[in-house]
Design a protein around this ligand. Structure first.
Ligand code: RAM
Length: 354
């Protein structure tokens, strides 16, 4: 069985920013976590059970593999539900719609989606719901009308502001900064970038201009090349914010390979297991993320409750199992918790976990 441990609150007060009780990471043992594997896999099957599909942006992303691990944990905990973890090979709306269409044909009971395009997925989400399939989104939202509700990992203004604050701290508030995002259609990255720009309006960032925003499409090779391109196009570049686990790890590698350590620093949203080397080598001073296992778990608990008859429209309070409960706002969005910050004081410890 998976072994779970809770870090003490005191630890987090010492090592993480914005710690609250709700934020305390529920940690999985490294062995249990490794079992998530990569790519497509199905969770625990229950012959008589209901089927919940988790459709993520693309395959081969350890962040989503961790979310799927949490989904399986929730299904196992409750019993009577099977998780189908699936995604297109490329993070495009077109391929994702084809995956969802196939799930509709298979008459699954529920679909949890991290969307590659908020608007493009509304019709297929609606089609699924018209056929009695419950649809929610998590991570990257489907627009209104294409899902019952959306679970954000955390508050969007907080995630955006935190990333600007991290790079400002590293650079002492001075120097050119660029954003290396995922795909230009992705709802979550776009709303975080908007929130970053809000934070950026504050006078303390006047000597830290945003010079460019580029897109690596959540592909390692494209993100790496975009980082190389930024360094060439902006010789005075000092910082990069990458609000994607794929972008930040590829960008950090390009900084290391390009001999840019000490000249250009990257921050953003990353997995400790993928960012450990970059932090220890000095390409990244600090970065943030929530626990993706908890996130997949919380989303699946919500779906299970919906399948069991719970309301999840604006104004309702939805239950997330061991993650507590959250309230759905007028826009159909609810949030799970708050992100954690990692740096050289804690990255090695958490790299063993996710
Ligand atoms: C990547 C994906 C995902 C995002 C994380 C932070 O894995 O783009 O949607 O939430 O980064």
């Amino acid at each position: 069985m998976e072994q779970q441990q809770k870090l003490s609150l005191a630890y987090w007060e010492d090592h993480a920013l914005n710690t609250t009780r709700r934020q305390t990471l529920k940690l999985m043992s490294s062995a249990a976590f490794a079992a998530a594997g990569t790519g497509l896999f199905a969770g625990i099957a229950h012959a008589e059970g209901k089927r919940i599909a988790m459709v993520v942006k693309n395959l081969g992303n350890s962040y989503f593999d961790a979310c799927a691990k949490g989904a399986t944990e929730a299904a196992t905990e409750v019993g009577g539900f099977e998780i189908i973890y699936t995604a297109p090979t490329k993070a495009t709306a077109e391929e994702q719609i084809a995956v969802i269409d196939a799930l509709i044909a298979q008459k699954v009971d529920g679909i949890i989606v991290s969307s590659n395009d908020a608007d493009a997925l509304i019709p297929v989400g609606k089609k699924a719901m018209d056929r009695g399939i419950k649809v929610i989104s998590f991570d990257s939202a489907i627009g209104d009308g294409g899902r019952i509700m959306h679970l954000d990992a955390s508050s969007t203004p907080l995630i955006g502001a935190k990333q600007v604050q991290m790079i400002a701290k590293t650079l002492g508030g001075k120097g050119e900064v660029a954003i290396l995002s995922a795909a230009s259609t992705m709802t979550n990255q776009n709303s975080w970038i908007e929130a970053m720009k809000e934070e950026w309006k504050k006078p303390e960032y006047k000597d830290m201009p945003l010079v460019a925003t580029v897109y690596g499409d959540d592909q390692d090779d494209k993100s790496y090349r975009e980082m190389e391109g930024l360094a060439k196009a902006y010789p005075n570049l000092r910082g990069v914010i990458s609000p994607t686990t794929i972008g930040i790890r590829a960008g950090a590698k390009a900084i290391i390979d390009g001999g840019l350590i000490g000249k250009v620093y990257i921050t953003g949203l990353g997995l400790p297991s993928e960012m450990k080397d970059a932090v220890l080598k000095g390409a990244c001073d600090s970065f943030a993320i929530w626990n993706p296992v908890d996130y997949g778990y919380a989303s699946t608990q919500i779906m299970i409750n919906i399948l069991n008859g719970a309301e999840a429209g604006p104004g309702s309070t939805v239950k997330m199992g061991r993650m507590g409960e959250t309230t759905v706002g007028e826009n159909g969005h609810a949030a799970m918790g708050e992100p954690f910050t990692f740096d050289k004081t804690n990255v090695e410890e958490f790299a063993k976990i996710f």
